[in-house]
Design a protein. Sequence first.
Length: 137
Amino acid sequence: MLETQRTQIFPILAPEEIARVRTFGRLRRFAAGERVFRAGKASPGVYVVLSGMIRITDCDSRGRELVVVEHGAGAFCGELSELSCGRSFFDALAVSETQALEIDAGRLQVLLTKEAALGEKLMRAMILRRLGPPVGA
């Protein structure tokens, strides 16, 4: 995958962008091995990783777990379904002790409106992810 495409699908937010996002989210802490969200279940929101790591996984046709991506500090995990409180397509697990900002659907919609440039970056990533993020990206 081209590096520019990868950075659009999995952008890393700059410290000043994370500072702006803080007003829209609430701090969450996850222990190593703790489930963040589960495929098929409604996700509580989008997560911006402040420290630690969240692993996004999918299952192949034989039920084997496949790593889609690991999100470290500055990255966010979320899908278009977050805008409508829909069901997640993937599983997410805290790889290590993790702190993240959780932004629920309502606050995400406000963020997308009030922070246009940042909202555009997040929306672009979520749309590209919906088109099919490569496994092991």
